[in-house]
Design a protein. Structure first.
Length: 100
């Protein structure tokens, strides 16, 4: 819901010709890709997206950016931790996991 409201606020569908249903489906898909761990999860992604929205709007950063740059920031905030298992690189190296 928050993702839809934020992308809608910035007029992503209209500016980039993305159908509302496609954007909603993409947001649901991305949410489903987040793993259930204590921090790097869909709730964290929503927090980062909302913070990005705040920085763009209230802090006025959007005035310095093009529409495509704003879209890139929103997109990056939404997907930045997709698939993150909750462990850092040091853990994976020491545990000799496939991710190392």
């Amino acid at each position: 819901v928050a993702g839809w409201a934020i992308f809608n606020h910035w007029g992503v569908s209209a500016k980039f010709g993305i159908e509302a249903g496609v954007l909603k489906a993409w947001l649901k898909f991305v949410q489903a890709q987040y793993l259930q761990n204590q921090f790097h999860n869909a709730t964290h992604a929503t927090d980062v997206l909302q913070t990005t929205h705040y920085v763009l709007s209230a802090a006025g950063f959007a005035k310095c950016l093009s529409d495509i740059e704003i879209l890139a920031m929103l997109f990056a905030a939404t997907v930045h931790d997709v698939g993150h298992d909750g462990f850092n690189n040091s853990y994976h190296k020491l545990a000799i996991t496939d991710r190392a």
